[in-house]
Design a binder for this molecule. Structure first.
Ligand code: CAA
Length: 510
């Protein structure tokens, strides 16, 4: 064992064990950095699949002009695919394990590595759901075991979480951080705790999205659109779950649940059902979406466009206000706009705010069966915003289709949500902001690291704490309180630090 920091140039041979989605991506980026890679997979079929995935990824880079043919051949020449674990790890300076997330498999493997690796080799696990400390504790030299957590797709996402256990000397963590930088990634050092930074914030948010789907708050497409168009995220939560893998997501949630408890981490029943049905996401051909049958979402959008558009709309500006521009857009397409519903009114639009039920405004307006609330979400960064069309449960059956048809006619980018506090965008975002503040409050990570981790690990345009500052801590607190009052779920209680910052008018960043 060495106790010195090893510079990246000192790590020339790397063994990557397990050539699944993550392992093959990690092997590719290590080989791209000029290092020799033993790509180890004991199952010949998985080995072939992993190598095919690497070829496809490199081919894609060539076809996009990001890599030359020669460079691709050189990268591939540095990769040695093998099913022989002992031979593969024998010369390695660093071993990165990316096998399935089962503790008994990992412990058996690390016991084999004790025998097969050089004593000065560093052993890293890419686990996203298991205790690095438990894996290290089962080995002969636990001080050389740490976590090196990459994000999917590994060649693209810039973050690596470097996880230290209570036994990891700072030199090992520093060596792995320097290596991560040399691989073109940004390392963030954290201690061993369930979910580290990213998964502890991402998975409850993804789980929340499944609860929203399961409780008929919105369609899967609208839940995804709320995140992309409303929050500026690169993917909707249900699409992202399909990318990560539903089994992996369930495993992370179970570990978070075991460590922290509480409803944020209780896996939504639908997630378990899909896993039981082996609908595991993209890798199995289907999860929340079907990757073998194209066109389902587009067909659903079409239905709304063919629904009849009302000839007269009542626009009640209410307390929250509706942009004057909305009336102009409606009249421009030949629909009359009136300030109060009449016998001819086909749809009543009221201003909606995420803290208040649309139902109350609907009852006050009369015609509750024809009422829809509209809430505009500003996306920022000059992107077009999103309109949340909010349906109280007393709304008549055809009102959703009529509203969607109107939105399509006047060119509004819209989603439909049931009338629950937070609707879709704020419900998903503010609950995550609360989790992010709790993480800072616990002393686990700084606001800057939390924001960087979510930006580089998940492609957030800005981190959750910066987004919280932009939304205003006091506003976030009041929406969370409304969510708590409506659901009785203590998970939505604003954490004490958030409540304090809201009272003091303090920002988390700046
Ligand atoms: N492998 C290699 N490269 C890929 C790729 C893959 N699977 N998927 C996309 N790319 C590359 C493309 O080649 C393209 O590269 P260039 O810009 O160099 O041409 C680039 O990524 C962008 O791809 P696209 O234009 O096809 O698609 P996009 O712009 O929609 O981006 C995305 C795709 C990068 C995946 C983006 O949607 C994104 O950032 N999504 C969020 C992903 C995320 O949150 N990941 C973290 C999951 S959590 C996790 O992994 C941890 C865990 O333990 C569970």
């Amino acid at each position: 064992m060495t106790s010195d920091v090893i510079q990246p140039a000192g790590i020339r041979e790397v063994a990557v064990i397990g050539l699944g989605l993550m392992g093959s991506g990690i092997a590719e980026i290590v080989a791209r950095s000029g290092r020799r890679v033993a790509a180890i997979e004991v199952d010949q079929g998985f080995l072939n699949q992993g190598m095919a995935r690497m070829h496809a990824s490199l081919d894609r880079a060539v076809s996009r002009g990001k890599l030359t043919d020669t460079a691709r051949e050189e990268i591939l020449a540095r990769i040695w695919p093998t099913a022989d674990l002992t031979a593969g790890v024998a010369g390695a300076d660093l071993v990165i394990e990316a096998i399935p997330e089962r503790i008994e498999l990992k412990k058996t493997l690390f016991a084999q590595l004790d025998e097969a690796c050089r004593t000065d080799a560093i052993l890293a696990t890419n686990t996203s759901s298991l205790s690095v400390t438990e894996i290290a504790g089962g080995t002969r030299y636990p001080a050389r075991v740490a976590g090196l957590h990459f994000f999917n797709p590994a060649p693209v996402m810039k973050l690596v979480e470097v996880i230290s256990t209570v036994l990891t000397p700072p030199e090992i963590a520093e060596t792995l951080a320097l290596l991560s930088r040399d691989l073109g990634k940004t390392p963030i050092g954290v201690s061993d705790r369930a979910g580290f930074i990213v998964n502890a914030l991402l998975l409850p948010y993804l789980n929340h999205a499944i609860w929203l789907l399961e409780t008929a708050q919105a369609t899967r497409e609208d839940i995804d659109k709320a995140a992309t168009a409303g929050l500026g995220l690169p993917m909707g939560p249900l699409t992202l779950l399909d990318l990560i893998g539903l089994d992996t997501s369930l495993a992370v949630l179970e570990r978070l649940q075991a460590q922290f408890g509480g409803t944020r981490y209780t896996p939504a029943p639908l997630l378990r059902k899909l896993c039981d049905a082996r609908l595991l996401g993209r890798k199995s051909g289907g999860g929340f979406y079907d990757y073998q049958r194209q066109g389902t979402p587009a067909a659903a959008a079409e239905d709304h466009r063919v629904a009849p558009v009302p000839a007269e709309v009542a626009l009640i500006r209410g307390q929250g206000g509706l942009p004057g521009e909305l009336a102009d857009r409606i009249t421009t397409v030949g629909i009359s706009v009136v300030p109060k519903p009449s016998d001819k009114t086909g749809l009543v639009i009221v201003a909606a705010g995420p803290r208040h039920r649309v139902l109350d405004a609907a009852l006050a307006a009369g015609h509750p069966a024809d009422v829809i609330g509209v809430h505009f979400v500003k996306a920022g960064d000059g992107r077009p915003g999103l309109a949340e069309l909010v349906l109280p449960d007393v709304t008549a059956a055809g009102t959703a289709a009529k509203s969607a048809a109107l939105a399509a006619r006047i060119g509004l980018n819209a989603v439909i949500s049931r009338d629950r506090p937070g609707f879709l965008v704020e419900a998903l975002a503010y609950a995550q902001f609360n989790d992010a503040v709790r993480m800072f409050q616990d002393g686990y990570a700084s606001p800057a690291d939390i924001d960087t981790a979510m930006m580089l690990g998940c492609g957030y345009p800005r981190g959750p704490l910066q987004l919280l500052d932009e939304a205003g801590p006091a506003n976030v607190v009041s929406v969370l309180e409304a969510m708590h009052a409506a659901t009785g779920d203590p998970a939505y209680t604003p954490v004490p630090l958030l409540a304090e910052y809201a009272t003091a008018g303090t920002k988390f960043r700046s």
